[in-house]
Design a protein around this ligand. Structure first.
Ligand SMILES: Cc1cc2nc3c(=O)[nH]c(=O)nc-3n(C[C@H](O)[C@H](O)[C@H](O)COP(=O)(O)OP(=O)(O)OC[C@H]3O[C@@H](n4cnc5c(N)ncnc54)[C@H](O)[C@@H]3O)c2cc1C
Length: 468
């Protein structure tokens, strides 16, 4: 037994890095664990079976003030920090509902995007003040159907100036909580866009301004996540619903969306891994083999599985919490007033570290859940033990953008070739590849290419649209 409520939670508390949390955060964690067991976990099973959106879980989280986790105390929020956010998401995923943990991750990212720019958008403060009271769920709508997991590249979206403000068009291929969230932070190319996809802007859009297709959502795991398509179809919104200055999108990505999403989603993957270890401990210490007089947990093979899973997962946890501590340090403990200076971007300096924590946590969760299922044997294959749900939920980690393929390439490229090689918006010519390919052409091929390039250059200068 462990835990204040006398229920066998699985792994002993001594494996949790409690020293990272303040006394208030430790107390919050205890209350949250109880809420997870009484409210969130039953809903997790229901959402997995019937795809129902876990709004009830958000109502439960609001009862602890968690929707306003980062909102300053002066505005009625908890005024908490990045380490606390990682703890809360990890706890929800571990003891409660991984789908809710992911919806909550997107909510926190969206809240942070608003808090980042309250100095240019004081109009959003009333919304931030009623997040918990009115259970106002937010989310981030970025991914574009044309660019896949390159969510920073919204080619199907636009915004144009309008007499009443902005006319916003957004096509999103995936949006967690699509159609269920009350408000959305969406990213489009900026008004006056002239072909530079780094020129992005963010907007606040409300539920009655979006079109979603929740009936189409069905997936392997995180089934309550409802990450469906979303469309904002030439909706006209007031001028003050552009979040931050025009063209602020890339700063918002580097300072807020990436750091918060990567920190909290990594905590979610760690929570899922821990949840699977908890189940495996509970099962293997109870199940007996009468013929040899042993419990499953008495086999050294099973002890090896669990020992390795704990060490790998705690390595990933410490990595994530360490990044949370760094974010706290560079922002005066998540003090939003530092952003009164619009050029204050302290989190952005550590982008490659956020990539690393996500890669590590998403890689680990898949391996750990797989091994914990092996440790539980055929019993783990059945739904009632819930370990197969954790395994399916954890699979989302690797494929969610930025995907682990993209992340390891980013980090490797950055290390080997430097930051310019990352080329997020496809702007830099790779001279080596270019010359190598041209080298393969014979004289006729080179002449044909030259003629084509000259025609294209002339058309571009004369602004004549080319047919490709
Ligand atoms: C559960 C879930 C919830 C989500 N929620 C949200 C949300 O709330 N908001 C949001 O905006 N998006 C969300 N997404 C979308 C997500 O971030 C990605 O955009 C989406 O998973 C991409 O899927 P895709 O099929 O387009 O992948 P693709 O991009 O087509 O990837 C296919 C394969 O190509 C690889 N690949 C892609 N680019 C490269 C490259 N440059 N180098 C090497 N390999 C590459 C990928 O790693 C992958 O193996 C969610 C996704 C999931 C699974």
């Amino acid at each position: 037994m462990n835990g204040a409520i006398g229920i066998d939670l699985g792994l002993d508390r001594s494996f949790d890095p409690a020293w990272l949390l303040t006394p208030a955060q430790q107390e919050l964690r205890e209350r949250l664990i109880e809420l997870c067991l009484t409210h969130l976990r039953p809903q997790a099973i229901e959402s997995d079976r019937t795809l129902v959106y876990p709004r009830k879980n958000f109502e439960a989280l609001a009862s602890l003030g968690l929707l306003g986790l980062f909102v300053p105390k002066a505005w009625g929020g908890l005024g908490e920090n990045h380490v606390c956010a990682a703890m809360v998401v990890e706890t929800i995923a571990r003891y409660g509902c991984p789908s809710t943990a992911m919806c909550y991750t997107m909510h926190l990212g969206a809240v942070a995007a608003l808090l980042f720019r309250t100095h240019t958008n004081p109009n959003v403060i009333p919304l931030l003040q009623r997040l918990d009271r009115d259970v106002q769920i937010g989310t981030l709508s970025y991914s574009d159907p044309e660019t896949g997991s390159h969510f920073w590249y919204p080619v199907s979206s636009s915004a144009v100036a309008h007499p009443q403000g902005w006319q916003v068009s957004k096509k999103a291929s995936w949006t967690t909580s699509a159609g269920f969230a009350d408000w959305y932070v969406v990213q489009t190319t900026s008004p006056d866009f002239a072909g530079n996809y780094a020129d992005l802007s963010c907007f606040l859009i409300f539920r009655d301004e979006v079109q979603a297709e929740p009936h189409k959502w069905d997936a392997l795991g995180l089934r309550g996540n409802q990450s469906g398509t979303l469309q904002v179809d030439r909706v006209v919104i007031p001028e003050n619903r552009m979040i931050g200055p025009k063209g602020d999108g890339a700063f918002s990505n580097d300072e807020i969306v990436d750091p918060f999403f990567l920190l909290c989603s990594s905590a979610c993957w760690n929570g899922i891994a821990l949840g699977a270890i908890d189940i495996a401990k509970k099962h293997t210490t109870r199940k007996k083999h009468v013929d040899v007089g042993m419990r499953v947990a008495d086999y050294p093979t099973i002890q090896d599985y669990v020992g390795e899973a704990i060490m790998d997962t705690n390595a990933s946890r410490m990595f994530v919490y360490s990044m949370g501590q760094l974010m706290d340090r560079v922002t005066e403990d998540c003090n939003w007033s530092i952003h009164e200076n619009l050029e204050a971007l302290p989190r952005s300096a550590y982008l490659s570290w956020y990539w690393q924590i996500k890669f590590t946590a998403a890689k680990n969760v898949a391996h750990v859940c797989d091994k914990m299922l092996h440790a539980c044997g055929g019993s783990g294959f059945k739904k009632d033990m819930e370990i197969e749900r954790y395994l399916r939920d954890g699979k989302a980690g690797w494929v969610m953008g930025p995907t682990n393929e993209v992340l390891r390439q980013f980090v490797g490229k950055l290390a080997l070739l430097g930051p310019d090689a990352l080329d997020y918006w496809n702007q830099r010519v790779n001279e080596r590849v270019l010359h190598n390919e041209v080298k393969k052409l014979d004289a006729t091929g080179k002449r044909q290419l030259a003629a084509q390039l000259l025609a294209e250059a002339e058309a571009a200068e004369n602004r004549v649209p080319m047919s490709v």
